[in-house]
Design a protein around this ligand. Structure first.
Ligand SMILES: C[S@@+](CC[C@H](N)C(=O)[O-])C[C@H]1O[C@@H](n2cnc3c(N)ncnc32)[C@H](O)[C@@H]1O
Length: 360
């Protein structure tokens, strides 16, 4: 974020809100809580339902300038890993009808002016028209007329918890991902996409700001049927897919693609040299995926400049091994970021860049 940190004395109702509201994947609540205990032990878990967890933030933390300015500092979501989005809660709205709830939300906001309104659902399966709520809040006159004392891009969040219960919160949107309503990746799977891995990789590229350079060599372990390779080929990369399973003919026949039809462990170590990126998306346990990466990276003199690894959490208790996985990457010379993607399943995406590289 590039915002200036103003004097902490400009305390407003926004800055006084002491609850962090986190949207996460259904089923990831316990893994999220584990990360919170590890990284922000002074936070106290409060209200939670599937896909939504709130934490009370202690005053000595929430009054720090970075919390006042950014609502939720970037590093908080990064450390929580399973947080798709984090907002500062202003409170809960209930009401019999939608109009009553809109009126209650506007009373709560008082004289604040916001730059954008995001309405998103705790549970994407809820049959509720968020576009209508969004229009009614965003077009309300008082919101258009009044400004807050901030130059930041202030985003109002209306979180639809259930048919008659909403949460109102705010965050500051300076990063590209802050513009994604609810933290859900807005990109769409193209009709020609070979598998959902296309969209997952597309989100990872956007979320982590990954920059490939045309002509780079990439190897993906667990490449069939080929959605991620398709996305890589679209970036004009030269791709090797390692997988004993069949690759879709459209990819297999692409002139920039080579299929090594075998398991990762059956590829000779020396054959992995010369790649700029290693991707993994094998449907095996994360310890085995990390062992595959270790085999390639621990001793290689010519390491790839980046790794994009999907670690399948068949059992969410694997999330407790995350620190260890990041330490392994560090020992091979990489800086690591890890997030659960909004388009993926019960898995996390680990992106590592080689330290002290001049590119990317
Ligand atoms: C989720 S799919 C991969 C999807 C793929 N990335 C795509 O873009 O379409 C998992 C793949 O991992 C492969 N796999 C499992 N164990 C493997 C191993 N030891 N070495 C290589 N591939 C493996 C499976 O054959 C399967 O095709």
């Amino acid at each position: 974020m590039n915002a200036q940190i103003p004097q902490a004395s400009t305390s407003t109702p926004l800055q006084q809100s002491k609850f962090l509201l986190v949207g996460c994947r259904h089923g990831s609540e316990s893994a999220l809580e584990h990360r919170q205990r590890l990284t922000f032990p002074s936070f106290q878990k409060s209200y939670w339902r599937k896909g939504l967890v709130t934490f009370r933030i202690p005053t000595h933390i929430v009054s720090k300038p970075e919390w006042s300015v950014f609502g939720v500092p970037d590093n908080v979501l990064e450390q929580l890993v399973f947080a798709r989005i984090g907002v500062r809660s202003l409170g809960q709205i209930t009401g019999q009808t939608e109009d009553e709830r809109i009126a209650a939300a506007l009373r709560l906001l008082g004289s604040l002016k916001v730059d954008a309104v995001h309405v998103w659902k705790r549970d994407p399966r809820l049959q509720i028209d968020t576009a209508s709520i969004q229009r009614k809040i965003a077009t309300f006159d008082s919101l258009q007329e009044k400004r807050i004392a901030s130059e930041q891009n202030l985003i109002l969040n209306c979180v639809v918890d259930s048919v008659d219960r909403w949460w109102i919160g705010w965050h500051v949107g300076n990063a590209q991902t802050d513009q994604w309503s609810g933290g859900y990746y807005p990109g769409q799977m193209p009709p020609y996409g070979i598998s959902r891995a296309w969209l997952k990789l597309d989100e990872a590229i956007a979320r982590f700001g990954i920059q490939f350079h045309s002509g780079e060599r990439v190897c993906e372990l667990g490449a069939a049927p080929g959605g991620a390779c398709q996305r890589l080929l679209e970036a004009n990369l030269r791709v090797v897919g390692v997988d004993p399973a069949t690759i879709h003919p459209q990819i297999a026949e692409h002139e920039q693609f080579t299929h090594w039809k075998k398991r990762a462990r059956d590829v000779r170590i020396r054959d992995f040299s010369g790649f700029d990126w290693i991707l993994t998306d094998m449907n095996i346990d994360p310890t085995s995926t990390m062992a595959s990466l270790e085999r390639i990276l621990s001793s290689s003199p010519h390491k790839p400049r980046g790794i994009i690894a999907t670690l399948k959490l068949s059992d969410l208790s694997h999330a407790e091994e995350l620190e260890q996985w990041c330490s392994s990457c560090a020992s091979w010379g990489y800086q690591t970021r890890v997030q659960q993607l909004s388009t993926g399943g019960q898995e996390i995406c680990l992106v590592a860049h080689k330290k002290s590289t001049s590119r990317n």
